[in-house]
Design a protein around this ligand. Structure first.
Ligand code: DHB
Ligand code: FE
Length: 282
């Protein structure tokens, strides 16, 4: 049977894509951020997952305001990448795993989670920047697993609640674990932490709130479901709602997880950048 070995979170800031393209890893501005990744890359190298479920939020590339699924799952053989306007180099397509995708979609719909299935999906920086951070050279890193993108709406209200996000993850975890093949699966939650890119509060970052979220997502994710969407925007900023992806990832893991690594750095571009690795306990 398929096994979920752990969960990983990272911010997915487009400027990181440019820093990678220009190899700025050791520059003083970037070093404290990039130094958060080697321990996770080592864990991935040792564990060698077969599939990565990449939970991200599309920013207007795959979906736009005319068609906005609350939850969407990729079911394609490959996922093309385009730059939706940040000037990051376009990457080659990422290989998928349509068999597992359809197993997940069937399992989740049977579990009464109604989701959009996407046999075509262009993936943006929310998906690609984390892939490059964890598998340098992606999609041409030979250790890179097959990828299944899952996107949740954080662009147009109404966005899902934190409770729904955690429950989505639980149903996702159940669907993955019922897959009959003996494969190892790792789950990514990308985006966040606190940031607001526009409006009167542009530049808003909330270290205290971010640190609380990083602690509770390990020990007591259910407590975080009590935060309303309005309160999340107030505390974390309009784009800080990307924390929903972290909750979706967490729901797919075992109830108890072992935190193996974390890094938090302010600011990268406009964002409080958080990175975490949690291993499942069974
Ligand atoms: C930034 C952060 C994001 O999550 C994003 O999608 C775009 C930009 C930023 O901090 O610049
Ligand atoms: Fe984003």
């Amino acid at each position: 049977m398929a096994r979920i070995i752990g969960g990983i979170t990272t911010s997915h800031i487009p400027a990181v894509g440019n820093a990678i393209a220009n190899e700025m890893f050791d520059e003083p501005y970037w070093k404290p951020f990039f130094d958060g990744y080697p321990p996770i890359r080592e864990w991935l190298h040792d564990e060698r997952p077969d599939v990565v479920i990449n939970i991200y939020n599309d920013h207007g590339l795959g979906f736009f305001l005319n068609q906005m699924p609350t939850f969407a799952i990729g079911a394609a053989h490959e996922y093309i990448n385009e730059d939706e306007g940040w000037g990051i180099p376009k990457l080659d397509p990422f290989p998928g795993d349509p068999e597992l995708s359809w197993h997940i979609i069937e399992g989740m719909v049977a579990d009464e989670f109604d989701i959009a299935s996407c046999q075509e999906l262009a993936v943006d920086h929310g998906f690609t920047v984390p892939m490059q951070l964890f598998w340098p050279g992606a999609p041409h890193n030979p250790e890179m697993p097959r990828a299944i993108p899952i996107s949740a709406n954080t662009v147009q209200h109404p966005i899902p609640t934190l409770n729904r996000a955690l429950n989505f993850g639980k149903a996702l975890g159940k669907a993955i674990r019922s897959y009959p093949e003996d494969i190892k699966v790792v789950v990514l939650g990308t985006g966040g932490l606190s940031h607001q890119l526009d409006g009167e509060r542009a530049g808003h970052i909330n270290r205290e709130f971010d640190e609380m979220c990083m602690e509770k997502i390990v020990t007591a994710p259910e407590e975080l479901t009590k935060i309303s969407r309005m309160e999340l925007v107030r505390q974390a900023g309009t784009q800080g709602t990307e924390f929903l992806m972290w909750m979706m990832m967490r729901g797919a893991l075992t109830e108890k997880v072992t935190p193996l690594h974390k890094n938090y750095h302010i600011p990268i571009s406009n964002t409080g950048a958080g990175t975490m690795l949690m291993e499942c306990t069974d």
